[in-house]
Design a protein around this ligand. Structure first.
Ligand code: TNX
Length: 522
């Protein structure tokens, strides 16, 4: 009898009914709704991937992803209706352009969405429902997925990450690798910080020395590098295939030493401030009209374009035009942060002119929160990173806000005092601190309707390798992604801390480095 019972228990644990209910799936970001049903769908070598409507691109990407997850090379067959994972464009599958529905029964899986983007996010979700290892072993593994329905759509339309390629340069292949790893979490904007004191990273055909000289080094004195316009277009194309928008940033009027080193005519030289205080780091600025030396240290706030000279505006117009022409996304980021050596009476008109040029080339301006000191155009977006009062000043002018508070979202902050890379000027950010907050509760004046979304920036003063990028990005980006996608009422740290474990297995299996936070029982 004892034997009988234990045999039954073993049999039960091997049957498909043993798969955890769909609602227990480790999906990040957590979907808006999951309803369980009886039974399970088994994915095996005979399963087809089917589609209707304009979904072939999505189906092809999904077939590659499911192959690398399960080893199954499933056939694509347009009209299959059973033993199939079906992708369908359906106008009423969701009222949100990025929304989707997944319906799983014992016969088939149906992923439907009004757009290809919705299908892509649905595919990311479905891949996270599949157990990381097959339930049967042997030559014909089957992966059981519990029946039920998922309905999902994002809370915020802008879910972003920023990569600083100026302090350390990362080639196209590294950027693509990052795009792959973050799009799993439904990140749909990648902001590239393309210029800073230590490097100019994008080819500008009308000002070739920017990259030739300004791109020739980086923090620590290494060789630097830059993207040709063809490289940049390839990043844009690769991102777009994953429904991700590239947001180019040229930081100005500060953070511009690499441009001043290339073109001395942009350099105002040292001006002793009006209050007579002697500038310190500004000794780097040297003589007006002369190129500065290249800079490979980590200080900020010592450089500025000459805001008085017409050539400066010819320069920024050429740069904004050339980049806008190869940027299909709606935004051009003008930086505007930490311009500590630009007098406020020079800074404000400079930002206003830069915004007007961005508008002339058909883009909306994004700027770090300091830009709210200027008069903003109606469609400018203020990126709140440091000062809530700046964000609120922007809101009072009718601007929208992108939420990136350094104390929550800065991926370059150390996890704790022992973290081997990263900075700590804003905070130590453990995984729970990256998770347990909400954009709408930071400041009373910053309300839901003012917020376009959330972005997590990775500054790279201390970040040199792919391993470094991944160590600081994962698992925190998964937390920020859930803040941006999942409504606050649905989010819960305890639950997240269980779901994230599966992602640790996925990262390990695919060779992605990540921080084994002691807050998680990996
Ligand atoms: C502040 S955040 C900066 C960057 C630095 C970063 C380091 C912001 C708009 N400016 O220039 O890289 O701190 O955490």
């Amino acid at each position: 009898k004892t034997l009988g019972v234990s045999l039954a228990a073993v049999l039960l644990s091997c049957s498909s009914n043993d798969t955890a209910p769909l609602s227990m799936s480790p999906i990040i970001p957590l979907p808006v709704s999951i309803v369980d049903a009886d039974g399970a769908f088994k994915i095996g070598s005979t399963t087809k991937i089917a589609y209707s409507g304009n979904a072939l691109n999505e189906v092809q990407k999904f077939s590659e992803s499911i192959k690398s997850l399960t080893g199954l090379g499933l056939e694509i067959e347009e009209g299959a209706t059973s033993d199939a994972i079906i992708f369908a464009i359906e106008a009423n599958a969701s009222s949100n352009a990025e929304g989707y529905k997944i319906d799983i029964n014992t016969e088939r899986v149906l992923i439907s969405a009004p757009t290809e983007a919705g299908l892509y996010w649905g595919a990311q979700t479905f891949l996270q429902v599949i157990p990381a290892d097959g339930t049967d072993s042997g030559l014909n593994p089957k992966f059981a997925v519990s029946a039920g329905t998922i309905e999902d759509y994002p809370e915020y339309e802008y879910r972003g990450m920023m990569l600083d390629v100026a302090r350390h340069f990362f080639p196209v292949s590294e950027v693509k690798h990052l795009i792959d790893n973050i799009s799993t979490y439904k990140i749909n904007h990648l902001h590239l910080h393309l210029s800073d004191d230590q490097g100019w990273r994008i080819e500008i055909k009308s000002w070739p020395l920017l990259t030739e000289i300004g791109g020739s080094t980086q923090v620590g004195g290494g060789a630097g590098g830059f993207y040709t316009q063809e490289d940049y277009k390839e990043i844009v194309r690769y991102a777009a295939e994953r429904h991700m928008v590239i947001v180019p940033e040229i930081d100005m009027p500060g953070h511009t030493n690499s441009a001043l080193a290339a073109y001395g005519e942009l350099n105002p030289g040292i001006k002793v401030p009006d209050d007579g205080a002697v500038p310190t780091e500004r000794t780097q600025m040297g003589v007006a009209g002369q190129p500065t030396p290249l800079y490979t240290g980590r200080d900020v706030g010592f450089s500025t374009l000459d805001t008085d000279k017409p050539v400066t505006y010819k320069f920024i117009e050429d740069v904004i035009r050339e980049i806008s022409e190869i940027t299909p996304g709606p935004y051009f980021h003008i930086g505007g942060d930490e311009s500590h050596v630009t007098a406020m009476e020079d800074y404000v008109p400079f930002i206003e002119k830069a915004q007007a040029i961005v508008a002339k080339y058909g883009k909306k301006s994004l700027g770090w929160d300091e830009v709210a000191h200027a008069e903003l155009l109606p469609n400018t977006v203020v990126q709140y990173w440091a000062k809530a009062e700046n964000a609120i000043m922007g809101i009072e002018q009718g601007a929208k806000v992108l939420i990136s508070p350094a104390v929550r979202t800065y991926l370059d902050m150390k996890y704790d005092s022992t973290t081997h890379i990263g900075l700590n000027w804003a905070a130590y950010i453990e995984l729970d601190e990256a998770y347990n907050w909400d954009p709408t509760t930071l400041e009373e004046e910053i309300k839901r309707e003012h917020i376009v979304g959330v972005e997590a920036p990775l500054w790279t003063e201390t970040v040199v390798t792919r391993d470094d990028i991944e160590f600081l990005t994962f698992p925190r980006l998964a937390a920020v992604a859930e803040v941006a996608w999942t409504p606050i009422e649905k989010r819960n740290w305890e639950d997240f801390s269980k779901r994230i474990k599966y992602h640790g297995v996925l990262w390990e299996n695919s060779g992605v480095n990540f921080y084994r936070s002691p807050k998680i029982d990996w």
